[in-house]
Structure formats: structure tokens, C-alpha cells
Design a protein around this ligand. Structure first.
Ligand SMILES: N[C@@H](CCC(=O)N[C@@H](CS)C(=O)NCC(=O)O)C(=O)O
Length: 219
């Protein structure tokens, strides 16, 4: 099968899917979304009217949502690294942590960035404050969880780490994790050392000027 991935290398949700593909060296055709007028973007819009990415295409099948893309690839192009455990109880923990990173790290991080792109008179300072508070609460909760775990759901790298990697990467740029959360900082460092994520970070380096809040001079 030829899998086609519509994505942008600098997007956190896309990096989540890329990490999973790189973990198992799954071959795929790259369709990089180089702006709304690019052919790849027009194809994406025909496939998925929300025009959000990443999107995976396998023949006639369109797969949306990074988590579902990772589940799909695990089913139809499995490799040696099992990102969702076969044991349903272990899988539940993986999916719980995956939801945590999507809802309580990525969502508030994106809210802060999106607000900075709005016209001055349409900004939402109260919403941004709520998002920053949510990130603080998420860091504190995660710091306790990671005090006795190597990876998000325990001993094994999983779906949850695929999202945690880019989401914590950009969350720290947006609202620093800081010294109060050493276990989160150490986990973020482990994620940066994971070859699959290191590759995604390297491929995104040329786009750092796109970060609306100004990219720091570090990973
Ligand atoms: N829940 C979706 C989120 C998709 C999403 O919002 N992707 C962002 C990039 S991280 C996007 O498409 N942004 C473009 C836009 O908002 O127009 C997923 O996990 O795939």
C-alpha cells in the first residue's frame, strides 16, 4: 500500500503522526502543505472539509486525527515498535495519557499561539490566562506522574509519547515548564533524544521563523 501523508513539518499534530511513522520506518509519500494555494492543500481540502492536518490517505480511505492515524498505521502497517499495547488495560492507560496531552497540553498551547495571531481588538486575554493556568495545572499533574515513569504510560514508548513529544516541545516555548517541574523537563529531554522525534525536530528547523511568539534559540 502507498500511504500519503498531508502535513506540515512545523505542526505539532503532524509531528505526532510523523514520530509514529518514523518509529517503525513506515514508508509514505510526503505531501507538504506549502500554503493554502498549494496543490497538496487543495487535495487535503477535498478530502477533509475541516482542512486540519495531518491527514493520511490510503487508496480511497481518508484517515483524520493524529491519534487515529497512529492507530490505523499500527493496524495496517505494523512494525516492531508497538505503539498501542495489545492488552486492553495497558492500552487504556496509553489512550488516557494521549487524551491528556491533546486536551490539557496541546489545546491550551494552541489557544495562546492562536490568540497572538488575532487582530489586536479581537484578542481574548481572559481565555489566554485560562490557557496558561491550564498548562500550569497540567505540568504539576504530569510532574507527579513522571516521577516514576520513563515514558508517558510506563516502561514502553507509545502513542502517548508520540503526542507528548511535540506538544511539550512547543508548550515549553509558549509557557515555560520551569524549574518547578523537573520530571516534566527530564521527560521532555528524553523525548528530544528519541531518534524519531529528533528527526521531526530537525526537519522542522527551517520553519522556526514561523513560530508566532518568536522561537527561542534552543530546542
Ligand atoms: N485533533 C486534530 C487537530 C488537527 C489540527 O488542529 N491541526 C492543526 C495543526 S497542529 C491545523 O490543522 N491547523 C491549521 C488551522 O487551524 O487552520 C489532530 O490531532 O489531528
Amino acid at each position: 500500500m502507498t500511504l500519503k501523508l498531508y502535513y506540515h513539518p512545523f505542526s505539532s499534530c503532524c509531528q505526532k503522526a510523523l514520530v509514529a511513522l518514523y518509529e517503525n520506518a513506515v514508508p509514505f509519500e510526503s505531501h507538504i502543505l506549502a500554503g493554502p494555494d498549494s496543490p497538496a492543500f487543495r487535495e487535503l481540502a477535498e478530502r477533509w472539509s475541516m482542512k486540519r492536518f495531518p491527514v493520511l490517505v490510503d487508496g480511497e480511505r481518508t484517515v483524520i486525527e493524529a491519534s487515529c492515524i497512529i492507530e490505523y498505521v499500527g493496524l495496517y502497517a505494523p512494525g516492531p515498535v508497538c505503539l498501542i499495547p495489545g492488552d486492553p488495560r495497558a492500552a487504556l492507560e496509553v489512550r488516557t495519557m494521549d487524551r491528556f496531552f491533546d486536551n490539557y497540553v496541546s489545546t491550551p498551547q494552541q489557544k495562546i499561539v492562536a490568540d497572538s495571531l488575532r487582530p489586536e481588538d479581537a484578542r481574548d486575554p481572559y481565555g489566554v490566562l485560562e490557557a496558561r493556568n491550564m498548562l500550569d495545572t497540567a505540568y504539576t499533574w504530569l510532574d507527579k506522574v513522571m516521577s516514576h515513569r520513563e515514558w508517558a504510560a510506563g516502561e514502553h514508548f507509545s502513542l502517548a509519547d508520540c503526542g507528548a513529544a511535540p506538544f511539550l516541545f512547543y508548550a515549553d516555548w509558549t509557557h515555560p515548564i520551569g524549574n518547578a517541574h523537573p520530571n516534566v523537563t527530564a521527560y521532555r529531554r528524553r523525548l528530544l533524544e528519541r531518534p524519531s522525534f529528533a528527526r521531526a525536530v530537525d526537519e522542522a528547523r527551517p520553519y522556526r521563523k514561523l513560530f508566532p511568539l518568536g522561537a527561542p534559540d534552543r530546542d
